[in-house]
Design a protein around this ligand. Structure first.
Ligand code: MEV
Length: 439
């Protein structure tokens, strides 16, 4: 029987480990051993990680890999990806190499607008509210001068504040819908600080706005927070080549391959069940780079899927067409990313990932990340419409199973060779391994 605990956060790390091991796990000895094994022996590095969050008891590792040979707007990149799923980096690398000889990836940032909102309740005459907003708007902006000064130096700042009447959806509900440019920062802290100051000024000034009656003066601020839905912080990545150049080694002709790719994309466009999996493949690439570069993958995920459903039904984020003998494959995706602030200078591996990417601006990073998504999708759909996904997956999976079984290097070589000609299901691998052992 477990019991609640008071003051868990005040315990030392070792005490926390003892407590969780004793109260929540079957074998406290093993729990402690596993947790401690993943702590870093470099005390300074461990302290850094301990302090990223609260109640740290260990570290949770993900592999960091490299997908090389990405030609993006004529510049070559090796892309760092943090991901646990086998085959993703192999697929990205394969797509990069394929397009390297066909002109590479072309990308364009279509917008970088960030959004934040002050949500409030106003009980009164909406025309008076509009008049009040027009009067107070310059003050809302000038009162944030101390916060915006640095951002303006870097080319960012507040771009607009709009009063929006949302009473159609909820009685007396209005908002200040605010837009920002945040240069190379993701901008969450900047935006939230501005919003909280807008809210304060907006509420205080209402109390002395002459035309308001008593109830109107009492504006109720509900909350001030950035929106992770940023449909105008958008990037496009594209590949194209003549259809006859789409020679693939999976035993189908270029035109057949191009047609199948287009057909697969058409299905993802009209069928949400397929679209979700299709977009998940895109996110395999996107999330891995977002994570490696210390960006907020939850924000990116939330935004991307809202964007995929923006026209009322969930659909594919990538598109493909054949026109005048040219195969074109592209992705448009909203990505709010930063290359300064946050983890970027705190986490040594994030700093390194950005270094490997040649210290990109936020706009450059948007383009690199979009390319990783497009490449991943191209590789996944290519497999799906030709050999099927399992062939590639099982090759990587085979290695994972062999590692789990504790196979020696020699045994791995023998079994990898054996499974070149046999289907590598989990049970077949176990059977073959046991047979090899007993010989
Ligand atoms: C697996 O992680 C991703 C795929 O399912 C994507 C897709 O189906 O397009 C292979």
């Amino acid at each position: 029987m477990t019991v609640p605990i008071e003051g868990f956060s005040k315990l030392t790390k070792n005490e926390k480990i003892d407590w969780i091991a004793t109260n929540y796990t079957i074998d406290p000895k093993i729990t402690k051993k596993v947790l401690k094994r993943y702590l870093n022996s470099d005390e300074e590095l461990q302290k850094l990680h301990d302090e990223f969050i609260e109640n740290t008891i260990s570290n949770y590792y993900l592999p960091l890999g490299i997908a090389p040979n990405f030609l993006i707007n004529e510049k070559l990149y090796a892309i760092p990806m943090a991901i646990e799923e086998s085959s993703v980096i192999a697929a990205a690398s394969k797509a990069a190499k394929f397009w390297l000889n066909r002109g590479g990836f072309k990308t364009r940032v279509l917008g970088t607008e960030k959004i934040g909102q002050v949500h409030f309740i106003f009980k009164g005459n909406s025309k008076k509210l509009t008049a009040y907003f027009e009067q107070v708007k310059p003050l809302l902006i000038s009162n944030t001068a101390s916060i915006t000064k640095n951002m303006e130096k870097r080319g960012g700042g507040i771009t607009n504040i709009e009063l929006r009447d949302k009473t159609g959806g909820l009685e007396n509900y209005y908002q200040l819908h605010c837009t920002f440019e945040t240069a190379d920062a993701m901008g969450a802290n900047f935006i939230n600080s501005c919003l909280e100051l807008f809210a304060k000024t907006f509420r205080e000034e209402a109390q002395v706005f002459e035309p308001f009656n008593k109830e109107e003066r009492d504006i109720e601020i509900v909350m001030s927070i950035l929106s992770n839905y940023v449909p105008n912080c958008l990037v496009r990545a594209e590949v194209q080549c003549p259809v006859q150049d789409l020679k693939v080694d999976e035993g189908i002709s270029p035109i057949e391959f191009a047609d199948k790719m287009v057909r697969a994309l058409q299905i993802a466009k009209v069928e949400p069940h397929r679209a979700v999996t299709h977009n998940k493949g895109i996110m395999n690439g996107i999330d891995a780079v977002v994570l490696a570069t210390g960006n907020d993958f939850r924000a990116v995920e939330a935004c991307v899927h809202a964007y995929a459903a923006k026209d009322g039904s969930y659909t594919s984020l990538t598109h493909a067409q054949i026109e005048d003998g040219i195969f074109k494959f592209w992705l448009e995706v909203p990505l709010a990313l930063g290359t300064v602030g946050g983890l970027t200078s705190l986490h040594p591996l994030v700093e390194l990932a950005l270094d490997i990417l040649q210290k990109p601006s936020a706009k450059e990073l948007m383009q690199i990340v979009a390319v990783a998504g497009l490449a991943q999708n191209f590789a996944a759909v290519r497999s799906l419409v030709t050999t099927g996904i399992q062939e590639g997956h099982m090759k990587m999976h085979l290695l994972n199973i062999l590692n789990q079984l504790g196979a020696t290097e020699d045994e791995k070589v023998t079994l990898i060779d054996y499974f070149r000609k046999h289907t590598a299901t989990h049970s077949e691998v176990v059977k073959a391994y046991e047979k090899l052992k007993s010989n």
